[in-house]
Design a protein. Structure first.
Length: 165
């Protein structure tokens, strides 16, 4: 098992991985387009194959998680990537980490809540609008739920305590 920060040599392989798991090299968040393979993040490999990927974008002391994939469920891959990302956000001085997910993603929403994320808003109909830009977004998701809305979740970061003071 090898886990670490994304490297320039990973970019081509990441592009194919993103395309396979997100059905496009571009993802949409709050009406913005991102190319996750060009962003920062963490990767986990087993036997040379990508089994976990988390990408993020930092702006204005906030980190947005763009993608999180773990191809082997129940192995702690997603949790390990999230914990590494939270530490990275803290080291960069970010005040919060946030992400968007869609209304059909009940299992991931529970995962994020267990880590400490809270739902902060629901953007009604945003996915219907994003589908006009990215038609690859499926109309139905988990358990046949129609994908329409975007849920914003946030985790506020506590800074390191300087024990020398």
């Amino acid at each position: 098992m090898a886990r670490g920060e994304l490297q320039p040599a990973d970019r081509d392989e990441l592009s194919a991985f993103i395309e396979q798991h997100w059905h496009s090299p571009v993802i949409m968040s709050r009406g913005r387009s991102f190319y996750p393979h060009d962003e920062e993040g963490f990767i986990e490999r087993r036997d040379g194959q990508i089994v976990g990927l988390l990408t993020y974008h930092v702006e204005n002391q906030e980190m947005e998680i763009l993608t999180l994939n773990a191809t082997l469920e129940g192995k702690g891959i997603g949790s390990a990537l999230m914990l590494a990302t939270i530490e990275k956000a803290r080291s960069l001085g970010c005040q919060k980490i946030w992400l968007t997910t869609t209304n059909d993603r009940l299992k991931p929403i529970g995962f994020y809540q267990r880590i400490g994320f809270r739902m902060t808003s629901i953007n009604l109909g945003v996915v219907d609008e994003a589908r006009k830009i990215k038609p690859q977004i499926p109309e139905f998701g988990e358990r046949g739920v129609r994908i329409q809305d975007e849920i914003v979740m946030e985790l506020h970061i506590k800074p390191y305590i300087d024990e020398a003071k």
